[in-house]
Design a binder for this molecule. Structure first.
Ligand code: NAD
Length: 260
């Protein structure tokens, strides 16, 4: 494991890996979006601690827990309204356009990869998307623009026309992971020769198993994070620093062109 904590050296070392890889996977977590004004989950003063997610079991069992979940969801949405993609999102979108990064596997629910221009069909959202809602019974999609005024008028957790509970289309603690997203993430991890984990504390499972899977299957593992993670020891390269600063040059620099 090599650890680099100086930004220009980190950029150069990352470029070396990106330049020679055939197929890279970017695996992203909440740390990618903090510079966009969206707090991560585990930082000490995170707003998520004031508005903690309601566990899935409680959501299912109790209409009051469902209403609480919606109040907290909208409180967080108000805090993060207007967030735009940051330097990291834009750099990854560019690396996809250039054919360096094949797939983005994200734990994030903020939709910022797509907003940055990464092709939707090559983004795997492991924990869903907070930009809309869905009925837990029939799966029908519900738009937040419809759900919110009804909720605010009645204080009652929204229900679908079928009678099922409507929930933000994210994966709550204790909720089953989306099987298709897991399958795609697994395929991407097995199919890459470079796996770059960015802004994840790498403690949430099963998501944190993908870097290990990629590494065990022969891919190089690079971790970019501001603080140590439990997988640093397994990584080939650890870049410790601010994600936006490390990724910023890749927004404009074409790695493919520089090799020709
Ligand atoms: P996490 O909060 O557990 O870890 C984020 C990591 O990023 C931390 O190690 C932190 O030190 C680091 N970090 C934060 N800002 C950084 C920066 N600018 N530069 C370098 N490092 C930085 O996040 P996680 O591992 O993704 O797990 C959080 C869970 O909560 C996920 O499952 C996700 O679904 C959800 N979540 C999503 C969002 C979002 O969509 N933006 C935000 C918060 C939580």
């Amino acid at each position: 494991m090599i650890v680099i904590d100086e930004v220009e050296r980190a950029q150069a070392a990352l470029a070396d890996y990106l330049r020679v890889c055939d197929a890279a996977v970017a695996f992203t977590g909440a740390g990618l979006s903090t510079e966009c004004g969206i707090p991560d989950f585990r930082s000490k003063d995170s707003a998520w601690r004031r508005h903690p997610p309601v566990p899935f079991k409680e959501f299912l069992a109790d209409p009051q827990a469902r209403a609480l979940a919606w109040r907290r969801k909208f409180a967080m949405d108000d805090l993060t309204a207007g967030a735009r993609p940051g330097r990291g999102h834009r750099a990854l979108a560019r690396l996809m356009t250039d054919g360096v990064v094949d797939v983005i596997v994200t734990q994030n629910i903020d939709g910022l990869h797509e907003a940055a221009g990464a092709p939707a069909q090559r983004i795997v959202e492991l924990h869903g998307n907070g930009g809309y809602a869905a009925c837990l019974s029939c799966g029908a999609r519900h738009e937040l623009a419809d759900v919110r005024p009804r909720f605010e008028a009645t204080g009652l957790a929204p229900e679908c026309a079928c009678g099922g509970p409507v929930k933000s289309a994210t994966i709550a603690f204790g909720q089953a992971m989306p099987q298709e997203a897991l399958r795609r993430a697994r395929m991407a991890s097995l199919g890459c020769d470079l796996f770059v984990a960015i802004g994840s504390s790498l403690v949430v499972h099963p998501a944190a198993a993908f870097p290990v899977l990629a590494k065990e299957n022969g891919a190089a593992l690079v971790i970019i994070n501001g603080e140590p993670t439990p997988l640093d020891g397994a990584a080939d390269l650890v870049l410790r620093g601010d994600i936006g600063s490390i990724l910023a040059p890749f927004e404009t620099r074409s790695l493919r062109a520089s090799t020709s």
